[in-house]
Design a protein around this ligand. Structure first.
Ligand code: 5RP
Length: 220
């Protein structure tokens, strides 16, 4: 199977985590897009979906799935989204698509976070994938030098990208992340950082991994 076929298989497998009659959260990216396409087969059994990006909201609407505002819901039963990397404890790097802030908000609200990915995303230690940091535009240089001086790695401004929130992204290359929670907290403390792409304080509860031998289920 190709990587896209593996993504499609895990996306389909995620349908079993949906409780009928509830509101769900939906992530962003190519794996989440496969999920949205499968979700259209269940559109009449859910109350609606909270989207983690404008792209996802548009795709949900095109599939006839009602999109609801997070501030209008009491509860999200499950959040389903992809990842750029996951370690074996289901700490994640996310934000390759630049949607990390809204993704982290929806993940925080959800009762359960089901991550869907092909098995190339599972790593022993996070950091090979450059870690995305969403920053307020006027702070980009300040944050960059704070990272160089106090965190390490090589932060690079992502060219020609403005997030759905009107901000910029720095991608930190060359990090070896041995304590994801600690690094997530330290990055959050830099003035100008809106969100960082480490999902460790709220990692995934379940990771569905598409492999040539089928879908494997990992739990945190
Ligand atoms: C977007 C994300 C995505 O979940 C991540 O980039 C994985 O994308 P894909 O499913 O296309 O491999 O965090 O901000």
């Amino acid at each position: 199977m190709t990587q896209d076929e593996l993504k499609n298989e895990v996306a389909k497998a995620a349908l079993q985590y949906i409780t009928p009659g509830t509101i769900i959260g939906v992530g962003t990216g190519s794996t989440a897009n496969f999920f949205i396409d499968h979700l259209s087969s269940m559109k009449d059994s859910i109350k609606g979906a909270v989207a983690s990006s404008i792209d996802t909201a548009n795709r949900l609407k095109r599939n006839g799935i009602p999109v609801v505002n997070l501030n209008a819901v009491d509860e999200i039963s499950v959040y389903i989204d992809g990842a750029d990397e996951s370690d074996h404890n289901l700490n994640l790097i996310k934000g390759g698509g630049g949607a990390l802030t809204r993704e982290k908000i929806v993940a925080a609200v959800a009762n359960q976070f089901v991550c869907i990915a092909d098995d190339s995303k599972l790593v022993d230690s996070l950091g090979k994938f450059p870690l995305p940091i969403e920053v307020i535009p006027m702070s980009a240089n300040y944050v960059k030098y704070q990272i160089i001086n106090s965190i390490g790695g090589n932060p690079v401004l992502r060219e020609e990208l403005t997030t759905d929130n009107g901000n910029l992204i720095l991608d930190i290359h060359g990090l070896e992340i041995d304590d994801p929670k600690n690094l997530e907290n330290r990055l959050n403390n830099i003035v100008g950082v809106v969100t960082n792409g480490l999902f460790a304080n709220r990692g995934a509860d379940i990771l569905l991994l598409g492999s040539q031998n089928g879908v494997n289920i990992l739990k945190s």
